[in-house]
Design a protein around this ligand. Structure first.
Ligand SMILES: *[C@@H]1O[C@H](CO)[C@@H](O)[C@H](O)[C@H]1NC(C)=O
Ligand SMILES: *[C@@H]1O[C@H](CO)[C@@H](O)[C@H](O)[C@H]1NC(C)=O
Ligand SMILES: *[C@@H]1O[C@H](CO)[C@@H](O)[C@H](O)[C@H]1NC(C)=O
Length: 127
């Protein structure tokens, strides 16, 4: 790797680290409340569903319109297996498939991230 490329890479990594280190609540964030899934929702493994969220109160300036949906279990995000990435956060819905690797349980949540995220209510996944 030549010197300039190394410097640029280093600067980018430092910048990325700084961005990731900023507390979510200090950023100009859109945290759409998740409407579905909700309490009482049951999803089967492998089935497909529309996750929906409220887009009625977006901030005046959205710095990152691309969304990401993650599954959380007992409050822990599965960041390695996003349910959906790269969709427009202003769509208000996104189809996701329940991944085959998840264990049936009643402590799942989804998080819709634009600039930040907001967890759904806990719901159930079954075989
Ligand atoms: C997430 O959405 C709920 C409404 O469903 C809201 O009360 C709460 O403040 C939001 N959380 C954040 C971090 O904005
Ligand atoms: C998601 O919602 C769209 C629009 O209502 C609908 O056409 C589509 O069939 C839904 N997909 C699933 C998997 O529910
Ligand atoms: C769920 O999370 C809480 C708090 O992090 C922890 O105390 C509890 O043991 C967890 N439960 C399971 C079943 O992992």
């Amino acid at each position: 790797m030549n010197y300039h490329l190394a410097v640029i890479t280093h600067v980018m990594l430092v910048f990325l680290g700084a961005v990731l280190a900023v507390p979510l609540d200090l950023r100009d964030v859109f945290v759409p409340p998740v409407l579905y899934p909700a309490t009482g929702t049951v999803w089967k493994i492998g089935s497909r569903h529309n996750v929906t969220w409220d887009i009625s109160t977006p901030p005046s300036q959205i710095t990152n319109k691309l969304g990401r949906i993650l599954l959380a279990k007992n409050g822990t995000l599965d960041i390695e297996h996003p349910l959906a990435v790269g969709f427009d956060i202003m769509n208000g819905r996104q189809v996701v498939a329940v991944p085959p690797h998840v264990k049936p349980d009643a402590d799942y949540q989804v998080v819709v991230f634009g600039d930040s995220g907001n967890m759904s209510k806990k719901f159930t996944i079954t075989e």
